[in-house]
Design a protein. Sequence first.
Lengths: 216, 216
Amino acid sequence: MGRKSIADIRREEFATAAFEVLSVHGMQGTTLQRVADHTGASKASVLHYFSNKQTLIETALRQANATLRKEAVALMNLASTPWERFYGILEANFSPTTFRPEVAHGWISMCAEVPHNPQFQRIQTVIYRRLHSNLVSALKDTGMTEAEAEHGANAVSLLIDGIWLRCGLQIGGLNREDAAAHIEAVVNKLFGDLAERQAAKAKMSALAQALTLNAA
Amino acid sequence: MGRKSIADIRREEFATAAFEVLSVHGMQGTTLQRVADHTGASKASVLHYFSNKQTLIETALRQANATLRKEAVALMNLASTPWERFYGILEANFSPTTFRPEVAHGWISMCAEVPHNPQFQRIQTVIYRRLHSNLVSALKDTGMTEAEAEHGANAVSLLIDGIWLRCGLQIGGLNREDAAAHIEAVVNKLFGDLAERQAAKAKMSALAQALTLNAA
DNA sequence: TAATTTATTGACTAATGGGTCAATCTATCC
DNA sequence: GGATAGATTGACCCATTAGTCAATAAATTA
């Protein structure tokens, strides 16, 4: 495996800075100058590592998404039953480190650009597909039919999208607990009130908390 | 009632043009020049009616929302039972005239700006509150408890948001029928499979279609 | 018809922001 | 130590765009 060169590290720094700036200032407000200031470097230095603003932001989004994915994978590896995998997905989507208004705002900013930017479109598609197939796979393994699993996955992913949107808009001041409760209420209606599911939820919730505490 | 002056009509023209440009080109791409071109007028003329770009776009969004609202009110006036009101709300949110990728993109563009623009924040809040209170009111009148109605309204409004987002992103190529089906599947699980509800759905769906045919 | 208001526009300004470039500065390698 | 490669940056350049302004055209009114 190739080790990280100095240049790679620098690129990462600028990319993370870019995502933070994007989250706070939106797409219009994300200027090369601001990103540079945010790292203490100069605008020209940023452009030394990224040929243009486009690729910088693209890299920033991919990197941010990779972070999310790593967290999700870590959780999934600890899941041993289908329902635990299901709740692993949910917990990852509402992890305290990522489920924050600024981060949500960053993603919404990307969404607004999707129709004008094929690269963003691709990123968005990848994210969506992964979520969907993970959900379907987990639900199917609980014993549902393909169709049931599809319906369930659709419903849950739509809810997640809706909640992230609302989080970014800071409507009704919803926090992580509220978000999880909203979803759980629907999930209960959708899939019935199984004791096995409750246990899986409790386990993955605890694991997620342990992981974030560990990371901090 | 004050009649519309020539100036008012002109303002409306520019505002509708602005929303159309916004829907196609996003917030960044919505320049005064483009809006002017889209109406055949000059940039300076636009600024003659709107002191700045800010108020132009704000007016455009309010106007677009007012159009939606009128459609919703027309449907609601034809509803006579709580479930009919409920489906009136749904139908209005998926009306063929408004539930289009470009329009959805326009709204997402606004959402992305909400954190930087108190006016947009206000518009967004108004829209959300109206939807929520309409849903709660209809559901409560079907005999649910306050809490049940709240939960139901939350679930449905989150789904609607998620679907609009997905529509704007043109993910999975979902069309109106798919969107309605997604929602209906969840609604069936949430509220049970009542014959009365089915009838209400059929009626409001037919009325909505009649209204849009009439408008065309 | 003359006067006054209103509409429209081309030309201009100022600021912003992406991107280039040549000059330095630093570190590594022979 | 000297050379070479990469890092960093200030100074530019150019395109874009919001907003101004004064001049002209059109319409309304007295």
